[in-house]
Design a protein around this ligand. Structure first.
Ligand code: HEM
Length: 225
């Protein structure tokens, strides 16, 4: 039994949890972005897509039930991702060698500090985003079932759009560093992998955040209305 506790406490196991849950969240962010591209195809397509999400799994699941299974998985992944990040921070703080190898230490602290603050901004954004476009609590003109209308009228407010843009820049940095570290934790590093994983991390971070930022910009410039 002791080895299970040792494994649970080891930084390696926590990094593996970060990597696996990070990969799940990455999968969500990619599919969510691809789905949102339907904004450019007009109200019928975007609304039909949102409706279709609730029909996944039918007839085995009832309307909207499978979505709740997916939401539960997502919530567990977010919870474990944050818990492991918190625990790794505590482990690092305890192991901090004062005044030792100052230069490399400062570098790694900079990266992890960016990750921590980026993570907090993304978490705050997601809470706001759910109240804005899922429940409509902080949306002044929310129409249940009309996702296209909610997105367009929501982004017509420049302050709201500015917050979405800032949060998605933070998401880009978080994805870049997160993907890069994920390959390391999963053992896909060293040799030619190092070059490939950097290119992969940059490409995905830029594409996802640029596409997400394009949505509020498209509404503000009148391209989508
Ligand atoms: C500008 C970029 C984005 C747009 C236009 C957008 C749009 C939307 C819309 C319209 C919904 C409601 C869908 C529905 O009720 O069917 C939604 C839900 C959601 N979004 Fe986003 N989103 C964006 C970025 C993000 C990002 C960056 C994240 C996460 C980091 C995120 C996480 C979520 C989550 C967790 C839900 C709830 C899904 C559910 O439970 O059904 N979104 N988004």
């Amino acid at each position: 039994m002791g080895w299970i506790i040792d494994l649970y406490r080891s930084p390696m196991a926590k990094k593996a949890v970060m990597a696996v849950t990070g990969l799940m969240l990455f999968g969500f962010v990619v599919t969510h972005m691809l789905g949102n591209l339907k904004l450019y195809l007009g109200p019928e397509k975007l609304n039909a897509y949102a409706h279709g999400l609730r029909e996944i799994g039918e007839p085995f699941f009832g309307h909207g039930q499978f979505l709740w299974v997916a939401r539960t998985g997502l919530l567990v992944a977010v919870g474990l991702h944050i818990l492991s990040a918190w625990q790794l921070t505590q482990i690092n703080r305890r192991a901090r060698p004062e005044g030792y190898r100052k230069e490399t230490h400062e570098k790694s602290t900079y990266a992890s500090r960016t990750m921590r603050w980026g993570g907090v901004i993304i978490l705050l954004f997601v809470v706001y985003h759910l109240l804005h476009l899922t429940t409509g609590d902080v949306h002044s003109d929310f129409k249940a079932g009309d996702v296209y209308h909610n997105v367009v009228s929501g982004f017509s407010n420049p302050l709201t759009s500015a917050f979405y843009i800032l949060a998605n820049i933070a998401l880009g940095f978080h994805l870049f560093h997160g993907l890069w570290s994920m390959f390391q934790s999963l053992g896909l590093n060293g040799g030619r992998f190092n070059h490939l994983r950097k290119q992969f991390a940059v490409a995905f971070a830029v594409v996802i955040s640029a596409a997400n930022i394009s949505f509020p910009l498209a509404v503000l410039t009148g391209l989508v209305q």
